[in-house]
Design a binder for this molecule. Structure first.
Ligand code: IMP
Ligand code: MG
Length: 182
């Protein structure tokens, strides 16, 4: 039966409990690494919102939030390879400890671009925290300083991540086995 309302094929890859435990570990690590200092958490909209909100609550430091936005995959699963800044940070980051908070490091094009843009503003330190790392698809030599999970080359949704803007609110990280175009 084919129907545009067919249930999506979602398979849990990383459960909410596993996410919570790992994000808490990352928060502890960041708290240790920056002990006694302040940090600016720069979330990459929109996918990193849930990760940032959980990570921030595991970080026991003086912290502020900022957000940045780049052109995304849109309704496609393949990156266009082009990255554009559509929203810059609101506050100056020069001399600050900045942690870019991103949902997933895939080809590396987005974070390579963002690292360049943010480095130009001369932060004291610039680190990358990516919840997921898909190293097999990397096109740029970039590694996260903090990562939650390394995953194989599967398209995932949930916990902030989307396909055509949907599924961001799923509490678990799921493999989307079938593309739904409606
Ligand atoms: P990159 O520039 O290829 O590293 O892409 C990073 C961006 O692509 C992420 O911020 C996500 O928005 C998106 N992306 C990459 N893989 C996935 C996926 O499996 N599910 C959802 N979004 C993804
Ligand atoms: Mg994203």
């Amino acid at each position: 039966m084919t129907s545009s309302l067919a249930a999506p094929k979602l398979k849990v890859m990383i459960s909410r409990e596993e996410i919570a435990a790992r994000v808490a570990e990352l928060g502890r690590q960041i708290s240790k690494d920056f002990a006694g200092e302040s940090v600016v958490l720069v979330g990459v909209l929109k996918g990193a919102c849930l990760f940032l909100s959980d990570l921030a609550r595991s970080i026991e430091l003086d912290a502020t939030f900022d957000f940045i936005s780049v052109s995304s995959y849109g309704a496609e699963k393949q990156s266009s390879g082009e990255v554009k800044l559509s929203k810059d940070v609101d506050s100056a980051i020069n001399g600050k400890n900045v942690i870019i908070v991103e949902d997933i490091l895939d080809t590396g094009l987005t974070l390579t671009y963002l690292r360049k843009v943010l480095m130009a503003a001369q932060p004291k330190a610039l680190k990358i925290a990516a919840l997921l790392d898909k190293p097999s698809r990397r096109q740029q030599p970039i590694q996260p300083d903090y990562f939650g999970f390394k995953i194989p080359d599967e398209f995932v949704v949930g916990y902030g991540m989307d396909f055509a803007e949907r599924y961001r609110n799923l509490p678990d990280i799921c493999i989307l086995e079938e593309a739904h175009t409606v």
